[in-house]
Design a protein around this ligand. Structure first.
Ligand SMILES: Cc1cc2nc3c(=O)[nH]c(=O)nc-3n(C[C@H](O)[C@H](O)[C@H](O)COP(=O)(O)OP(=O)(O)OC[C@H]3O[C@@H](n4cnc5c(N)ncnc54)[C@H](O)[C@@H]3O)c2cc1C
Length: 508
């Protein structure tokens, strides 16, 4: 039921952030039970121009908002957008229509959103407005002890999925700023031409299709960039921007596993096992976000302070540019970077290799590469991202040091070069045997393949073997220090999974 114009009843303000969905949206469901609901998305300049934000993120948000607005309208509601800082935008809205309560999900985000939340909290208190924050994922606030975390997570995932409100008392007379373009907001970059479609219905059909078909050999498919494209769920952007909730995915997966287990054939049992390994990653999603929740400064600082000074904080721009633009002379690194620039997605193993290459082969501090990858990843999720970046750079102090060889990755995961040839067309005619190390091609083969090293494709910017050995020595020396070991124990207590710790060092 829409309100009459100039209705001045206080409103329930639902603040949308990384939760652009209708179902399993506790703040929306609760607000709808209390009174007239206005949903708002605020384009915050500080966030829009942050070095992690890219035009493709904004395009994903905008498409999700347009769909969500339609769904809310079908139920009597709707959403508005505003551009500006917080809490100023809320203050303005409060002047336009008194706010009874502010509803939102808890956000585990960047330092700037953490600071903004403190300002919003202060403002709400001063205005006498209750700000009700409800959990979005299986992340606990505050968490005093990591013991028992997994059991709590499972209980949270088993809670009922909140239904979409059937009827919403909408608020019609508050104007919206509409849908801005990247240029309107000064957001960096151009929308990636091959980025996947955004939105709630797309998110749900990606999930349904994955569970019904694509997950059959998930476990075997996810490591290679050739097979992961369809064998991995591809749910990450929909999870990161909240088109689907982690609980919805978990429950649908559990139901599918039960269905497969009830089938008599061997293939169904193997499929269920594969999905079990997928379900583990849903657990990791929250496990990693919990780390940033518990220690927000891992966005800026080494989790293990014993690693301070390990690498120069000033980037070597020439080396990093070669990495950023896919010109390192290592085909797997270059193909991954170019694929990311086009579509904003790559599988886990290749992300780990990219980060490992920047940290170990190029010996660069993780901060600049982290920002660059955040802009590239359509699914940028701060808690997963900064935790993973530090893990792949060896600065967590507790995880095994894994130095990925970009040469071995070609042999293991793209031996015929299907992926590499697509993204590095200059290597199209290079014989498969030379793809791991094109610089070893005899000159006559380079000419026959139309790929002269140094002219058509770069020579390697660093020597794989030497870089690997040097990095291993440096990390070994660091980990052997007594203070590294004692610090590792306290990091493990605060952040570590309660499963058996990994051994050091391993090579990949
Ligand atoms: C350096 C680095 C940075 C990363 N940054 C991000 C990021 O910003 N956002 C992001 O969503 N993932 C990130 N990941 C984790 C992982 O690579 C992606 O979640 C995964 O590739 C997304 O594809 P998918 O949805 O098909 O994954 P699936 O394998 O189908 O997994 C399903 C979901 O589980 C979660 N998940 C899977 N693997 C991991 C993992 N290793 N750690 C934590 N959660 C996981 C994700 O939410 C994912 O969408 C990063 C990994 C590395 C090595």
């Amino acid at each position: 039921m829409a309100n009459a114009p100039h209705d001045q009843r206080p409103i329930e303000l639902v603040w949308l952030k990384r939760d652009l969905r209708l179902r399993d949206h506790a703040p929306l469901a609760e607000a709808a039970r209390h009174g007239p609901v206005l949903c708002v998305y605020v384009y915050e300049p500080e966030l829009m121009t942050h070095p992690t934000t890219h035009a493709s993120h904004l395009a994903f948000i905008n498409a999700s908002l347009i769909e969500l607005d339609g769904l809310l309208r079908e139920r009597g509601g709707g959403l508005i957008t505003r551009t500006g800082n917080l809490p100023e935008v809320f203050d303005q809205l409060h002047a336009e229509r008194p706010i009874a309560r502010l509803w939102s999900h808890e956000e585990t985000g960047l330092g700037i959103t953490y600071e903004r939340d403190k300002r919003v909290k202060r403002w709400a208190r001063e205005q006498g407005i209750a700000w009700i924050e409800l959990p979005n994922h299986g992340v606990f606030r505050p968490l005093t002890d990591r013991d028992g975390w997994s059991a709590r997570w499972r209980r949270r995932m088993a809670e009922p999925v909140r239904a979409a409100p059937e009827q919403i008392q909408g608020v019609r007379d508050v104007p919206s700023a509409g849908i801005p373009s990247p240029a309107d907001l000064g957001v960096a970059g151009e929308v990636r031409p091959e980025a996947v479609a955004a939105g709630i219905s797309t998110g749900h059909s990606v999930l349904a299709d994955f569970l019904a078909q694509r997950s059959r050999s998930y476990q075997g498919d996810i490591s290679s960039p050739v097979t992961a494209w369809s064998g991995s769920s591809r749910l990450s952007p929909h999870l990161a921007w909240g088109n689907v909730s982690i609980r919805e995915v978990y429950q649908a997966t559990a139901a599918r596993i039960a269905q497969l287990k009830a089938m008599p054939d061997r293939e169904a049992k193997d499929w269920a096992k594969s999905l079990g390994s997928f379900a583990k990653r849903l657990h990791w999603h929250c496990h990693f976000i919990q780390k940033l929740e518990d220690q927000p400064d891992i966005e800026y600082r080494n989790l293990s302070r014993a690693c301070d000074g390990l690498r120069d904080e000033r980037a070597d721009e020439a080396l990093l540019d070669a990495w950023r633009f896919g010109q390192t002379g290592y085909p797997m690194v270059d193909a991954c970077m170019r694929a990311l620039a086009a579509g904003g997605w790559i599988n886990f193993r290749m992300r780990a290799m990219l980060m490992s290459f920047a940290s170990y082969h190029l010996w660069q501090h993780w901060r600049e590469p982290a920002l660059h990858l955040a802009r590239l990843f359509l699914d940028f999720e701060p808690g997963i991202h900064f935790s993973q970046v530090q893990m792949q750079s060896g600065t967590t102090g507790i995880n095994a040091v894994r130095i990925y060889s970009p040469v071995k990755q070609v042999r293991d995961h793209d031996p015929q070069g299907a992926f590499i040839r697509r993204w590095c067309p200059e290597l199209e005619l290079v014989p498969a045997d030379y793809l791991p190390r094109p610089e070893t091609m005899p000159v006559h083969i380079q000419h026959a393949a139309g790929c002269v090293i140094g002219r058509d494709y770069p020579a390697p910017i660093v020597d794989n073997g030497k870089a690997w050995f040097r990095a291993r020595q440096r990390m070994g020396a660091l980990r052997a220090r007594a203070e590294s070991r004692s610090e590792a124990r306290s990091i493990q207590r605060r952040h570590g999974s309660r499963k058996r710790p990994e051994r050091f060092p391993t090579a990949r």
